[in-house]
Design a protein around this ligand. Structure first.
Ligand SMILES: [Zn+2]
Length: 315
């Protein structure tokens, strides 16, 4: 049966009616408002009601960027959306829409989307990494989403990669997120631009702030300084992935998110690092590739989880 997936991001809320085959029948988008909790919940409820119009759906799953307590359908901490913390979203949104509502971490939802309909389709064991402003992770093992005791597991972005590394948004130092996110690429680009001021990257940095996409573009134009920024990012990513390869023995690691636009510029050095550090036979099996669904992975995965038996195993 159709289900509704909702993806709450820092800037927009997307809601979609999704068929069991992973096709989007209807979709709406609203800006995420920096407003009191009620306002955001009202907006989500409105998006659900609007997108549902005329469709029969089995339920709704709301993907949220933060730590969740899945058994209570509650967000424990959402650094960019404090207003929805500690609220029973299933009850609040369910009451307004008359639908069965569950809550999921956004990176877990994206992982489930890639697993069901994208890079992991037809497989049983997959790791998903989202390189955006932060680094999100999701683990599928034996065809099940790994959530842990409270539904807070799968936070691959906050595995320590370098204990002496930069401070992470979570408070720890040297997390994968602090070393391989879009934010980390920008920081590294500033450092390399200072050291190599005559490079294309260095010259751009004198004119204006360098963004992640600038680094990708300049690297594609063969600017050595920009290439080195992305290669180093790939090395840190690969150090993280090597650990995941040894731990989960996945068939595929799918890398998505905005910073994954750099594609092979990052993935090639990540693969090298995995070959150096991970063990056989896991390292020989794993295929490290780009995610295929793009920004829709969140709504697709959330919708697939809304109707999923697997979701009920949490409580
Ligand atoms: Zn962290």
């Amino acid at each position: 049966m159709n289900a509704i997936g909702v993806d709450i991001g820092g800037t927009k809320i997307a809601a979609a009616v999704v068929t069991p085959e992973g096709n989007i029948s209807s979709e709406v988008r609203y800006p995420t408002q920096a407003a009191p909790a009620n306002r955001l919940i009202e907006t989500v409820a409105q998006a659900i009601t609007e997108v549902k119009d005329g469709f029969e759906v089995s339920g709704v799953c709301v993907a949220v960027p933060g730590r969740i307590l899945a058994s209570e359908n509650k967000v424990i901490s959402a650094p960019n959306l404090h207003e929805i913390e500690d609220i029973r979203l299933d009850e609040e949104i369910g009451r307004r829409t008359g639908l069965m509502v569950t809550v999921e971490n956004d990176a877990n939802a994206a992982a489930w989307g890639e697993f069901r309909f994208g890079a992991g389709r037809g497989l049983q064991h997959m790791v998903s990494i989202t390189l955006g402003t932060g680094v999100g992770g999701g683990i599928i093992t034996h065809g099940m989403l790994l959530r842990g005791a409270q539904g807070a597991g799968g936070e691959l972005g906050h595995v320590t990669i370098d204990p002496t590394g930069p401070r992470c948004g979570c408070g720890n130092y040297g997390c994968l997120e602090a070393l391989a996110s879009g934010t980390a690429i920008q920081r590294r680009a500033r450092e390399v631009a200072n050291e190599r001021s005559t490079s294309a990257l260095g010259r751009l940095a004198i004119e204006r702030q360098v963004l992640g996409e600038d680094v990708t573009r300049l690297a594609q134009e063969e600017d050595d300084a920009s290439i080195s920024v992305l290669e180093e990012t790939g090395r840190w990513l690969g150090i993280g992935l090597a650990g995941f390869v040894n731990t989960f023995n996945p068939e595929v690691i799918a890398v998505g998110g905005g910073a994954s636009q750099a594609g092979e510029l990052i993935l090639e050095s990540a693969r090298k690092e995995v070959q150096l550090r991970a063990s056989s036979p896991s390292r020989d099996l794993v295929e490290i590739k780009e995610a295929t669904l793009g920004p829709e992975s969140g709504v697709l995965g959330a919708a697939a989880l809304a109707g999923s038996e697997d979701r009920e195993s949490v409580s």
